[in-house]
Design a protein around this ligand. Structure first.
Ligand SMILES: *Cc1c(COP(=O)(O)O)cnc(C)c1O
Length: 362
């Protein structure tokens, strides 16, 4: 191949998706397959979203509103901010990409945790930036360790709160103390993909309010998790209008589809669905905690819809054994797996099979 690729791209691994449910059924010749691997909402989405999408189907020939006017207005009202403080995107995945493209120059430093969401690292490398890794402490963000790593070259700090895959959170008090110490030339992005599942009351539920005081803070929210809309790709970011204006120059003109826009608007209006998602998750979480306790497996208490568990055996091996039995989870490094919390029926199916797999390995 004589085409030259950008040097930075050579160090990036493509995203490895898990096997689709249908492939697992075929490969292992089984009828029932439960996927608890991608932190999706086991309840699906609000029926109001489906209605809104059906209504919007008549307009598929027309480009979406590139300004996302209605969605932005609704979000601005919901969060008591100005319309210019909001920027929707095609999932927060796209926003991570846009933020990297807008801010990272070659050799800029970008601080992130380990383990955390992998896209922060990949987009940094893609732009020729230098990832600066601060390992988690007791599975939680080490904010003092992050502050110590700030240098004149630091451009962005990625905060995932609560964190994927550990499910741990940063408290409001710690977050505010941290923001007070971050110099104003460093952008802090708080990725709050799982905030709707948080049960503790010392979480920074006021993060959007904080963006009014801290001009260098961006808050990312998504409809992919608790709202159950992972397939349609819609999220939004709140922050200082000047910061968002620059990101706005980088995005594609129609990055959020018309169906995604109406879906998000309908989803926001259905508090009842969100409550049901929260309750189902909490019930499932407590059930899994009890079962892990019974099996003497260490797990990290989670503020999300997934749990990091030490299965006492190679996670990859347990993943393969579970998959054969029709349960798809996510293997992590060493003896850890990450399991998404499903419906009670799915949770029971997972536990039954996990017991079998662990018994067999003894
Ligand atoms: C799932 C997830 C995302 C991706 O969300 P989309 O809006 O679907 O792109 C972003 N950040 C974290 C931490 C996630 O777990």
């Amino acid at each position: 191949m004589s085409i030259q690729f950008r040097e930075e791209i050579k160090n990036i691994q493509p995203y490895k998706p898990g096997k689709p449910i249908e492939d697992v059924k075929r490969e292992y010749n089984i009828q029932k397959v439960v996927k608890l691997a991608s932190n999706e909402n086991p309840l699906g989405c609000s029926p109001k979203v489906k209605e809104a999408i059906i209504q919007a189907l008549d307009k598929l020939a027309i480009y979406p509103d590139g300004n996302n006017t209605d969605l932005k207005n609704l979000l601005a009202k919901k969060h008591s901010v100005e319309v210019d403080n909001i920027l929707p995107s095609s999932g927060s995945d796209e926003m991570i990409d846009l933020i990297a493209k807008t801010f990272i120059n070659k050799d800029d430093e970008v601080i992130m945790a380990d383990i955390t969401f992998p896209r922060y690292m990949q987009t940094t490398i893609m732009m020729g930036g230098t990832p600066v890794i601060v390992p988690l402490k007791e599975f939680t963000f080490d904010l003092d360790g992050i502050l110590e790593k700030i240098s004149p070259k630091t451009k962005i700090i990625w905060i995932c709160n609560p964190n994927n895959p550990t499910g741990t959170m940063i408290t409001e008090k710690d977050f505010v103390e941290f923001l007070d110490k971050v110099p104003p030339y460093v952008l802090v992005v708080s990725d709050e993909a799982y905030r709707e599942y948080v049960t503790r009351d010392d979480y920074p539920f006021n993060s959007i309010e904080l963006t009014k005081k801290y001009e260098n803070l961006l808050v990312m929210r998504t409809f992919s998790k608790a709202y159950g809309l992972a397939g349609i790709r819609v999220a939004y970011t709140v922050g200082h209008k000047e910061v968002l204006q620059y990101i706005n120059r980088v995005r594609g003109p129609f990055n959020v589809s018309s169906l995604a826009q109406v879906a998000a608007m309908a989803a926001i209006e259905d508090d009842e669905f969100l409550k049901k998602a929260y309750d189902t998750n909490l019930q499932g979480k407590n059930f899994l905690y009890e079962e892990f306790d019974r099996l003497s497996l260490h797990y990290v208490p989670s503020e999300t819809n997934h749990i990091l568990v030490d299965v006492g055996r190679d996670g990859q091996e347990v993943f393969m054994e579970l998959q054969k039995r029709g349960v798809i989870i996510r293997p992590m490094t060493g003896n850890y797996i990450r399991v998404s919390i499903g419906t009670m029926e799915e949770n029971r199916f997972f536990v039954e099979n996990l017991k079998e797999v662990l018994k067999k390995g003894q």
